[in-house]
Design a protein around this ligand. Structure first.
Ligand code: AMP
Ligand code: ZN
Length: 466
C-alpha cells in the first residue's frame, strides 16, 4: 500500500518514495534547551514520533536524527535578539553548559513520559562545531558568503531558489516586516553563518574559526548535522510550521548551495497547539508543561491521546476541558481492554485468520498522511463491533498501539469510578440549585456518555448504569 505524505514543498499530497529501498532517513529539528518544553512543543515531537511509527508500520527501517540546540538560537528565529541559552543562564545564575544539560534531561523525561521513542541519533550542536565551520568554508569557497561587521553572512542573492519552501515573495519582503534590520546585511533575508561580534558582553560559548573567535548562527547546525548523519540528500525533514519561513528556508539555501544537489525530498510540518491567545508559546505566558498537567491530575498519556484526536496538519485547541474529555476517553478505553483481558486471559500471542476490515481501514488511514483521528475511530469501531471476538480485538489493538504508543497493554490504574460519578452527580445538583441549567445539562450528557443515567427520586438523584 502506498504511503502518502503532505509535502510542504509543493503543498500537495505525494506518494512516498525512499532514497534507498526499505529505508527512511528522517531529520527533526529538536528543542532549544534553555527552558522546559511546553505541551505545544511536545505536540510537534509527538507528530515526529507518529511519523516514525507509521514508517515502521509500512515496513521501513527508520533512522531518525534529532538535534539539540544548545547554542546560537537567538530570541527571534532570524538574527535579532539575544542568545536564548545565554539569557536563560544569566537569569537562573547557572552556566550555559549546566542549563543545556539540565533542560536536555528535562526534555527527555517529558518525551519518555509521552512514550516518544528516542531518535536513532541525538546530536548536540556544540559537539559539531567543526562540521559547521567546514560547511561555512565550503560556502565561502563557492562564493555564497560575505563578511561584514565581523560576522559571516549567507548572501541570498547568489541562491536563486531562495524562499521556495515558504513561497516567499522577496520583493514584498524586501523592506521587511521586521523593523530592526542588521545594518551589515546586504539583503534583509541574508543570515548569519558565523558570529564573531557578539552583541552581548561575556558570551560564554566561543570557538576558534577562520573568521575569528565566535559561535555559529542557528540554522547551520541542522544542515551540518543532518548531512553528517543522513547524507547530502535524505528523505524527510520535519518540525513545527513556524520553522518554514526562516529556519527551514535558510537551511535549504545553505545546504543546497554547498552540495549543488537537492537536500530533502519531503517536508512534513506540524500545526500549532493553540490557546485562546493564539499559538501556545512562552512569550504569551499562556502555556502548559507536562509537570503542570500532572499537577492537574492528568497522566502524560492523556495528553498523547488528546494529540491523536487532531490531525497534525490542523491547529489543535488546548484547554483543560479538552484534556478531561481525552482523559475520560482513555480511561474508558483502558477499562474496556481490561474487561476483555479478564474474560480471555490476556493479550493473545498470535491470531489465526484475516484481521477485520477495521484493521485494514486503520492501516489505510495511517498511510494516508498519518490520519490519527480516523485511526482512533477505527479502534473504537473495532471495540464496539459485536461480531468480532475479544481475542481478535485484543490482538488488533496491540498491533494498532504500535502506532498510537498509548501503552494499551499496560494494566490500567484502579479507577475510583463510583466516586467520580458521585462527584459529577453532586456537581449537577449544585448547578441546578444555582439555576445553572446549561452546566447541569452538560454534566448529565457527560454522564450519559459514560453510560450512566440519572433518576430524580423523592430522596434525591440516583444514578445507575445503562
Ligand atoms: P524550540 O524548542 O523553541 O526550538 O521549539 C521546538 C519545536 O516546537 C519546534 O519544531 C517548533 O516549531 C515547535 N513549536 C513551538 N510552539 C509550538 C506550538 N504552540 N504548537 C506546536 N509546535 C510548536
Ligand atoms: Zn533545524
Amino acid at each position: 500500500m502506498d504511503l502518502k505524505l503532505f509535502n510542504t514543498m509543493g503543498r500537495e499530497l505525494q506518494t512516498f518514495k525512499p532514497v534507498q529501498p526499505n529505508k527512511v532517513g528522517i531529520y527533526a529539528c529538536g528543542p532549544t534547551v534553555y527552558n522546559n518544553a511546553h505541551v505545544g512543543n511536545l505536540r510537534t515531537f509527538i507528530m515526529v514520533d507518529i511519523l516514525r511509527r507509521v514508517m515502521e508500520l509500512a515496513g521501513y527501517e527508520v533512522k531518525l536524527v534529532m538535534n539539540i540546540t544548545d547554542v546560537g538560537h537567538l530570541s527571534s528565529d532570524a538574527d535579532d535578539g539575544e542568545d536564548k541559552m545565554e539569557a536563560s543562564a544569566r537569569e537562573k545564575k547557572m552556566t550555559v553548559w549546566d542549563i543545556a544539560e539540565y533542560y536536555t534531561k528535562a526534555f527527555f523525561d517529558d518525551t519518555s513520559s509521552l512514550n516518544i521513542i528516542k531518535p536513532s541519533v541525538t546530536c548536540k550542536a556544540t559537539d559539531h562545531i567543526d562540521s559547521m565551520i567546514n560547511l561555512v568554508k565550503r560556502l565561502e569557497e563557492k562564493g555564497f558568503t560575505y563578511e561584514a561587521g565581523g560576522n559571516v553572512y549567507f548572501d541570498i542573492s547568489k541562491f536563486p531558489d531562495y524562499g521556495k519552501l515558504a513561497k516567499l515573495n522577496l520583493d514584498d519582503l524586501q523592506a521587511g516586516s521586521r523593523i530592526v534590520v542588521d545594518k551589515y546585511k546586504k539583503n534583509p533575508h541574508d543570515f548569519v553563518l558565523w558570529f564573531t561580534q557578539s552583541k552581548y558582553e561575556n558570551h560564554a560559548m566561543l570557538w576558534d574559526s577562520p573568521w575569528g573567535k565566535g559561535y555559529p548562527g542557528w540554522h547551520i547546525e541542522c544542515s551540518a548535522m543532518s548531512m553528517e548523519y543522513l547524507g547530502d540528500t535524505f528523505d524527510i525533514h520535519c518540525g513545527g510550521i513556524d520553522l518554514i519561513p526562516v529556519h527551514h528556508t535558510n537551511e535549504i539555501a545553505q545546504s543546497e548551495a554547498a552540495t549543488g544537489v537537492k537536500w530533502v525530498n519531503y517536508w512534513v510540518h506540524g500545526e500549532f497547539l493553540v490557546t485562546p491567545k493564539g499559538k501556545m508559546s512562552k512569550s504569551t505566558g499562556d502555556f502548559m508543561t507536562i509537570k503542570g498537567l500532572i499537577e492537574q491530575g492528568f497522566d502524560p498519556l492523556d495528553y498523547r491521546y488528546f494529540c491523536l484526536t487532531g490531525h497534525y496538519s490542523s491547529q489543535l485547541q488546548f484547554s483543560l476541558d479538552a484534556m478531561e474529555s481525552a482523559q475520560n476517553a482513555r480511561k474508558s478505553l483502558m477499562q474496556k481492554i481490561q474487561t476483555m483481558r479478564e474474560k480471555t486471559g490476556g493479550f493473545p500471542q498470535g491470531f489465526n485468520g484475516d484481521l477485520s476490515a477495521h484493521y485494514n481501514s486503520f492501516v489505510e488511514n495511517a498511510m494516508n498522511n498519518l490520519n490519527m483521528p480516523r485511526c482512533l475511530g477505527d479502534m473504537w469501531n473495532l471495540i464496539r463491533d459485536d461480531s468480532i471476538s475479544d481475542e481478535e480485538k485484543l490482538y488488533t489493538i496491540k498491533k494498532m498501539d504500535a502506532v498510537f504508543g498509548l501503552s494499551l497493554d499496560k494494566e490500567p490504574v484502579k479507577l475510583d469510578l463510583d466516586g467520580e460519578i458521585q462527584k459529577l452527580v453532586d456537581d449537577r445538583t449544585t448547578a441546578r440549585k444555582n439555576k445553572d441549567w446549561a452546566r447541569a445539562d452538560e454534566i448529565r450528557d457527560k454522564l450519559l456518555d459514560m453510560g450512566i443515567v440519572l433518576e430524580d427520586t423523592p430522596q434525591g438523584v440516583r444514578w445507575k448504569k445503562k
